[in-house]
Design a protein around this ligand. Structure first.
Ligand code: DGL
Length: 264
Protein backbone atom coordinates (compact mmCIF):
# COMPACT_ATOMS: atom_id res chain seq x y z
CA UNK A 1 0.00 0.00 0.00
CA UNK A 2 1.25 3.44 -0.91
CA UNK A 3 0.12 6.10 1.55
CA UNK A 4 1.95 9.04 -0.05
CA UNK A 5 -0.47 11.95 -0.45
CA UNK A 6 -1.42 14.22 -3.27
CA UNK A 7 -0.33 17.73 -2.29
CA UNK A 8 -2.72 20.40 -3.52
CA UNK A 9 -1.41 23.94 -3.31
CA UNK A 10 -2.95 27.41 -3.51
CA UNK A 11 -2.50 30.81 -1.90
CA UNK A 12 -5.78 30.32 -0.03
CA UNK A 13 -9.02 28.37 -0.27
CA UNK A 14 -9.36 28.61 -4.06
CA UNK A 15 -7.73 25.25 -4.65
CA UNK A 16 -10.68 23.63 -2.89
CA UNK A 17 -12.58 23.99 -6.17
CA UNK A 18 -9.92 21.73 -7.70
CA UNK A 19 -9.77 19.42 -4.69
CA UNK A 20 -13.51 18.72 -5.06
CA UNK A 21 -12.95 17.31 -8.57
CA UNK A 22 -9.85 15.36 -7.53
CA UNK A 23 -11.72 13.75 -4.64
CA UNK A 24 -14.44 12.62 -7.03
CA UNK A 25 -11.89 11.10 -9.39
CA UNK A 26 -9.65 9.60 -6.69
CA UNK A 27 -11.70 9.07 -3.51
CA UNK A 28 -8.99 7.00 -1.81
CA UNK A 29 -6.18 9.48 -2.35
CA UNK A 30 -4.69 10.85 0.89
CA UNK A 31 -4.81 14.64 0.62
CA UNK A 32 -2.57 17.36 1.99
CA UNK A 33 -4.06 20.72 1.05
CA UNK A 34 -1.77 23.72 1.49
CA UNK A 35 -3.08 27.28 1.72
CA UNK A 36 -0.16 29.73 1.60
CA UNK A 37 -1.90 32.29 3.79
CA UNK A 38 1.56 33.66 4.63
CA UNK A 39 1.87 34.78 0.99
CA UNK A 40 -1.79 35.50 0.24
CA UNK A 41 -2.86 37.16 -2.01
CA UNK A 42 -0.73 36.18 -4.99
CA UNK A 43 -2.69 38.16 -7.55
CA UNK A 44 -1.35 41.55 -6.50
CA UNK A 45 2.29 40.40 -6.27
CA UNK A 46 4.99 40.83 -8.89
CA UNK A 47 6.17 38.05 -11.16
CA UNK A 48 9.54 38.10 -9.38
CA UNK A 49 7.94 37.64 -5.96
CA UNK A 50 5.84 34.68 -7.09
CA UNK A 51 8.66 33.08 -9.08
CA UNK A 52 10.89 33.23 -5.99
CA UNK A 53 8.34 32.20 -3.37
CA UNK A 54 6.47 29.30 -4.92
CA UNK A 55 9.32 26.92 -5.90
CA UNK A 56 11.08 27.46 -2.56
CA UNK A 57 7.92 26.83 -0.56
CA UNK A 58 6.93 23.78 -2.59
CA UNK A 59 10.45 22.42 -2.08
CA UNK A 60 9.99 22.65 1.68
CA UNK A 61 6.54 21.14 1.49
CA UNK A 62 7.70 18.26 -0.71
CA UNK A 63 10.45 17.45 1.74
CA UNK A 64 8.07 17.45 4.66
CA UNK A 65 5.05 15.63 3.19
CA UNK A 66 6.72 13.43 0.52
CA UNK A 67 3.82 13.70 -1.94
CA UNK A 68 3.52 11.37 -4.92
CA UNK A 69 2.29 14.32 -6.99
CA UNK A 70 1.77 18.06 -6.54
CA UNK A 71 -1.15 20.00 -7.99
CA UNK A 72 -0.64 23.74 -8.18
CA UNK A 73 -4.32 24.62 -7.91
CA UNK A 74 -3.68 28.27 -8.62
CA UNK A 75 -3.62 30.02 -11.99
CA UNK A 76 -1.37 32.83 -10.77
CA UNK A 77 1.32 30.53 -9.39
CA UNK A 78 1.10 28.18 -12.39
CA UNK A 79 1.27 30.78 -15.15
CA UNK A 80 4.32 32.36 -13.50
CA UNK A 81 6.20 29.70 -11.53
CA UNK A 82 5.43 26.30 -13.06
CA UNK A 83 8.71 25.94 -15.00
CA UNK A 84 10.69 26.94 -11.89
CA UNK A 85 8.82 24.42 -9.73
CA UNK A 86 9.31 21.60 -12.24
CA UNK A 87 13.02 22.40 -12.51
CA UNK A 88 13.45 22.42 -8.74
CA UNK A 89 11.48 19.32 -7.79
CA UNK A 90 11.72 15.67 -8.53
CA UNK A 91 7.95 15.09 -8.16
CA UNK A 92 5.34 15.18 -10.95
CA UNK A 93 3.61 18.58 -10.93
CA UNK A 94 0.21 19.36 -12.45
CA UNK A 95 -0.46 23.05 -13.07
CA UNK A 96 -3.56 25.11 -13.68
CA UNK A 97 -3.98 27.08 -16.89
CA UNK A 98 -6.82 29.45 -17.78
CA UNK A 99 -9.50 27.37 -19.53
CA UNK A 100 -9.44 29.46 -22.71
CA UNK A 101 -9.51 26.44 -25.03
CA UNK A 102 -12.74 24.88 -23.68
CA UNK A 103 -14.31 28.35 -23.48
CA UNK A 104 -13.53 29.08 -27.14
CA UNK A 105 -14.93 25.68 -28.10
CA UNK A 106 -18.24 26.55 -26.48
CA UNK A 107 -18.74 30.24 -27.21
CA UNK A 108 -21.40 31.00 -29.81
CA UNK A 109 -20.96 34.77 -29.88
CA UNK A 110 -17.14 34.44 -30.17
CA UNK A 111 -16.59 36.94 -27.37
CA UNK A 112 -15.15 35.35 -24.24
CA UNK A 113 -14.05 36.90 -20.97
CA UNK A 114 -11.08 35.89 -18.85
CA UNK A 115 -11.68 36.70 -15.20
CA UNK A 116 -8.57 36.09 -13.10
CA UNK A 117 -6.19 37.86 -10.81
CA UNK A 118 -4.37 40.97 -12.02
CA UNK A 119 -1.14 38.96 -12.20
CA UNK A 120 -2.70 36.17 -14.25
CA UNK A 121 -4.52 38.27 -16.83
CA UNK A 122 -1.33 40.17 -17.75
CA UNK A 123 0.71 37.01 -18.41
CA UNK A 124 2.06 36.38 -21.93
CA UNK A 125 0.82 32.84 -21.33
CA UNK A 126 -2.74 34.17 -21.68
CA UNK A 127 -1.81 35.83 -25.02
CA UNK A 128 -0.38 32.54 -26.15
CA UNK A 129 -3.48 30.52 -25.21
CA UNK A 130 -5.68 33.13 -26.89
CA UNK A 131 -3.67 32.97 -30.14
CA UNK A 132 -3.57 29.20 -30.18
CA UNK A 133 -7.11 28.35 -29.17
CA UNK A 134 -9.28 31.46 -29.54
CA UNK A 135 -7.83 33.27 -32.55
CA UNK A 136 -11.31 33.92 -33.98
CA UNK A 137 -12.63 35.22 -30.65
CA UNK A 138 -12.46 38.58 -29.00
CA UNK A 139 -10.86 37.83 -25.63
CA UNK A 140 -11.64 40.33 -22.87
CA UNK A 141 -9.65 40.25 -19.64
CA UNK A 142 -10.23 41.54 -16.17
CA UNK A 143 -8.25 41.04 -12.96
CA UNK A 144 -10.14 41.25 -9.68
CA UNK A 145 -8.43 41.05 -6.31
CA UNK A 146 -11.78 41.90 -4.71
CA UNK A 147 -13.37 38.72 -6.05
CA UNK A 148 -10.59 36.64 -4.47
CA UNK A 149 -11.38 38.23 -1.10
CA UNK A 150 -15.11 37.67 -1.64
CA UNK A 151 -14.52 33.97 -2.29
CA UNK A 152 -12.44 33.66 0.89
CA UNK A 153 -15.14 35.43 2.91
CA UNK A 154 -17.99 33.51 1.35
CA UNK A 155 -16.34 30.15 2.01
CA UNK A 156 -15.93 30.86 5.69
CA UNK A 157 -19.58 31.89 5.85
CA UNK A 158 -19.27 35.68 6.02
CA UNK A 159 -21.99 37.68 4.24
CA UNK A 160 -20.93 39.11 0.87
CA UNK A 161 -23.07 41.65 -1.03
CA UNK A 162 -24.44 41.08 -4.55
CA UNK A 163 -23.11 44.49 -5.59
CA UNK A 164 -19.52 43.34 -5.11
CA UNK A 165 -20.00 40.40 -7.47
CA UNK A 166 -21.69 42.72 -9.93
CA UNK A 167 -18.66 45.03 -9.85
CA UNK A 168 -16.28 42.16 -10.61
CA UNK A 169 -18.34 41.00 -13.59
CA UNK A 170 -18.76 44.57 -14.83
CA UNK A 171 -15.00 44.70 -15.34
CA UNK A 172 -15.66 42.45 -18.36
CA UNK A 173 -19.20 43.42 -19.35
CA UNK A 174 -18.40 47.16 -19.51
CA UNK A 175 -15.52 46.71 -21.98
CA UNK A 176 -16.10 47.23 -25.70
CA UNK A 177 -17.62 43.98 -26.95
CA UNK A 178 -18.72 42.99 -23.45
CA UNK A 179 -22.37 43.18 -24.48
CA UNK A 180 -21.80 40.18 -26.77
CA UNK A 181 -19.75 38.10 -24.31
CA UNK A 182 -21.44 34.73 -23.69
CA UNK A 183 -18.67 32.72 -21.96
CA UNK A 184 -16.44 33.57 -19.01
CA UNK A 185 -13.25 31.71 -18.09
CA UNK A 186 -12.93 31.57 -14.32
CA UNK A 187 -9.13 31.88 -14.47
CA UNK A 188 -8.61 31.93 -10.73
CA UNK A 189 -9.39 28.84 -8.69
CA UNK A 190 -11.18 30.94 -6.09
CA UNK A 191 -13.88 31.98 -8.54
CA UNK A 192 -15.71 28.66 -9.12
CA UNK A 193 -16.46 28.78 -5.37
CA UNK A 194 -18.66 31.83 -6.06
CA UNK A 195 -19.83 31.06 -9.61
CA UNK A 196 -23.45 30.85 -8.45
CA UNK A 197 -23.22 34.38 -7.03
CA UNK A 198 -21.75 35.69 -10.30
CA UNK A 199 -24.52 33.95 -12.28
CA UNK A 200 -27.11 35.58 -10.05
CA UNK A 201 -25.96 39.14 -10.80
CA UNK A 202 -25.24 38.60 -14.52
CA UNK A 203 -27.58 40.60 -16.77
CA UNK A 204 -28.13 37.51 -18.96
CA UNK A 205 -27.15 33.84 -18.79
CA UNK A 206 -23.38 33.43 -19.13
CA UNK A 207 -21.46 30.19 -19.41
CA UNK A 208 -18.74 29.93 -16.73
CA UNK A 209 -15.84 27.61 -17.57
CA UNK A 210 -12.97 26.49 -15.35
CA UNK A 211 -10.16 23.95 -15.52
CA UNK A 212 -10.84 21.84 -12.42
CA UNK A 213 -12.19 18.77 -14.20
CA UNK A 214 -9.24 18.78 -16.61
CA UNK A 215 -6.80 18.93 -13.70
CA UNK A 216 -8.52 15.97 -12.04
CA UNK A 217 -8.32 13.99 -15.31
CA UNK A 218 -4.61 14.79 -15.62
CA UNK A 219 -4.01 13.74 -12.00
CA UNK A 220 -5.84 10.47 -12.68
CA UNK A 221 -3.70 9.82 -15.77
CA UNK A 222 -0.42 10.54 -13.97
CA UNK A 223 -1.30 8.24 -11.07
CA UNK A 224 -2.73 5.40 -13.19
CA UNK A 225 -1.37 2.13 -11.84
CA UNK A 226 -0.59 3.62 -8.40
CA UNK A 227 -1.78 1.79 -5.30
CA UNK A 228 -3.87 3.63 -2.70
CA UNK A 229 -4.91 3.00 0.90
CA UNK A 230 -7.85 0.62 1.19
CA UNK A 231 -10.06 3.17 2.88
CA UNK A 232 -10.49 6.91 2.44
CA UNK A 233 -8.60 8.83 5.13
CA UNK A 234 -9.33 12.34 6.44
CA UNK A 235 -7.36 15.01 4.60
CA UNK A 236 -5.20 17.66 6.22
CA UNK A 237 -5.25 21.41 5.60
CA UNK A 238 -1.91 23.11 6.16
CA UNK A 239 -1.52 26.87 6.60
CA UNK A 240 1.89 28.45 6.09
CA UNK A 241 1.45 31.20 8.70
CA UNK A 242 -0.29 31.35 12.07
CA UNK A 243 -3.96 32.25 11.75
CA UNK A 244 -7.20 31.86 13.60
CA UNK A 245 -9.39 29.25 11.99
CA UNK A 246 -13.01 30.26 12.56
CA UNK A 247 -15.72 27.65 13.03
CA UNK A 248 -17.03 28.65 9.62
CA UNK A 249 -13.71 27.97 7.90
CA UNK A 250 -13.20 24.75 9.86
CA UNK A 251 -16.63 23.51 8.78
CA UNK A 252 -16.00 24.48 5.15
CA UNK A 253 -12.65 22.65 5.12
CA UNK A 254 -14.32 19.57 6.63
CA UNK A 255 -16.96 19.65 3.89
CA UNK A 256 -14.08 19.17 1.42
CA UNK A 257 -12.76 16.21 3.46
CA UNK A 258 -10.08 18.26 5.27
CA UNK A 259 -10.76 17.30 8.86
CA UNK A 260 -7.31 17.95 10.26
CA UNK A 261 -5.63 21.35 10.38
CA UNK A 262 -1.95 22.04 10.86
CA UNK A 263 0.62 24.80 10.34
CA UNK A 264 3.93 24.66 8.53
N1 DGL B 1 -6.39 31.13 -6.42
C1 DGL B 1 -5.39 31.84 -7.09
C2 DGL B 1 -5.48 31.72 -8.59
O1 DGL B 1 -5.98 30.76 -9.10
C3 DGL B 1 -4.91 33.20 -6.64
C4 DGL B 1 -5.64 34.03 -5.66
C5 DGL B 1 -4.71 35.09 -5.04
O2 DGL B 1 -3.98 34.72 -4.13
O3 DGL B 1 -4.69 36.24 -5.51
O4 DGL B 1 -5.01 32.55 -9.31
Amino acid sequence: MDSRPLLIFDSGVGGLSVLAEIRQALPLAPIVYVADNGGFPYGTKTEAEIAARVPALLGRLAERYRPRLIVIACNTASTIALPGVRAALDVPVVGTVPAIKPAAERSTSRVIGVLGTEATVRQPYVDDLSHRFASDCQVLRHGSAALVELAEASLRGDPTPDAAYHDALSGLLDQAGGDRMDTVVLACTHFPLVADRLALVAPRPLLFVDGAKGIARRTLTLTAGDSWPERATPGTAIFTAPNEVSDGLRGALASFGLEKIDWL
